[in-house]
Design a protein around this ligand. Structure first.
Ligand SMILES: NC(=O)c1ccc[n+]([C@@H]2O[C@H](COP(=O)([O-])OP(=O)(O)OC[C@H]3O[C@@H](n4cnc5c(N)ncnc54)[C@H](OP(=O)(O)O)[C@@H]3O)[C@@H](O)[C@H]2O)c1
Length: 296
């Protein structure tokens, strides 16, 4: 039976490409989006037309990940239709840019409410169904900014660092239930996120940093503006590859980035398992592992 997959934030960028990619591979895909009857009505309609034209099992589900009731309703409606939920791709996210001291507490709250608390909400709603099935995958979309500390992206990066820790803990905690967790770490890709221009509200303080911001941001995003920008489809393909791997064999971290951006986060990823294992062994802590589950 085809697996049922929820992808949050499917109106544009990685989410949109991911739902199309997964649906074309034969999965039953629920394209999660907020404001389905409002500003995202055209995006929802485009996916409905695509699904009909290509005979895909691609459905729209309304989900605002900052709203408990919306998240619970979305998960319940998916399970009501297919009877199961095999994979959640926690893709929805927002990105504030600017110096840390220039954000208001409301902005900090909003950044974390979407990128971190939103993921916890979705996973909390999904897990009882996965536990009942004895299988499942929580796949977070992190960032290389969740591996390396970067200036002027620090607020956003803090949420992606949080996702790293949450994913590792989920992986350990959920292994005994047969449920897997993993994280994809994209580099910079030219998706609509940059144009959403969420900047620090205290413009007076932000102005004090302007020359340093320009000096950092211009080279950091240079590849996105080049004649051959990185292709966001690479992220959708990486998501599909991780989903297709058997439980217990999936990489915990997957960096998806240009060669120049990939090296440093990959080096950190390579160091983490050994350091973690040695910590657990030194303290004689039990280390849970997920045994690959083979279909009979
Ligand atoms: N592009 C990059 O360079 C890059 C690099 C590393 C990681 N990422 C991560 O990749 C993920 C996707 O980003 P993207 O680059 O593809 O940007 P995007 O095109 O702006 O997509 C973000 C998606 O998240 C949705 N979203 C935001 N808040 C939401 C909420 N409260 N409830 C439900 N959906 C919500 C957006 O919906 P609306 O249309 O309604 O706003 C949109 O569908 C994000 O987690 C981002 O942090 C991006």
């Amino acid at each position: 039976m085809a697996q049922t997959i929820l992808v949050t934030g499917s109106t544009s960028g990685f989410g949109r490409l991911t739902v199309e990619t997964l649906a074309r591979q034969g999965y039953i895909v629920f394209a999660g989006m907020r404001a389905v009857a409002g500003k995202n009505a055209p995006a929802a309609e485009e996916l409905r037309v695509l699904a009909e034209r290509e005979h895909l099992a691609l459905h729209i589900v309304a989900i605002d990940i900052t709203d408990d009731a919306s998240v619970e309703q979305a998960i319940a409606s998916i399970v009501g239709i297919t009877g199961r939920l095999d994979v959640v791709v926690n893709n929805a996210g927002i990105a504030y840019g600017g110096p840390l001291e220039a954000f208001t507490s409301e902005q900090v709250q909003q950044q974390f409410d979407t990128n971190v608390f939103g993921v916890l909400r979705v996973n909390r709603a999904a897990l009882p169904h996965m536990r009942r099935q004895g299988s499942g995958l929580l796949l977070q979309i992190g960032s290389i900014a969740g591996r390396l500390a970067l200036p002027f992206l620090g607020l956003y990066a803090a949420t992606k660092f949080a996702l790293e820790g949450l994913t590792e803990s989920f992986r350990d905690e959920l292994a005994p239930f047969g449920i897997d967790a993993a994280i994809i770490e994209p580099g910079t890709y030219p998706t609509p996120i940059a144009a959403k221009d969420l900047s620090a509200a205290d413009t007076e303080r932000a102005a004090l940093y302007q020359s340093a911001i320009d000096a950092f941001m211009t080279p950091f995003y240079a590849e996105n503006r080049s004649a051959t920008p990185p292709d966001p489809q690479e992220v959708a393909d990486a998501v599909a590859r991780v989903i297709a791997q058997p439980a217990g064999e999936r990489p915990l971290h997957t960096v998806v980035a240009t060669v120049a951006q990939r090296r440093a986060p990959q080096a950190i990823n390579d160091a983490v398992p050994q350091a973690t294992r040695s910590f657990f062994e030194t303290l004689a802590l039990p280390l849970a592992t997920l045994a690959p589950k083979r279909e009979k």
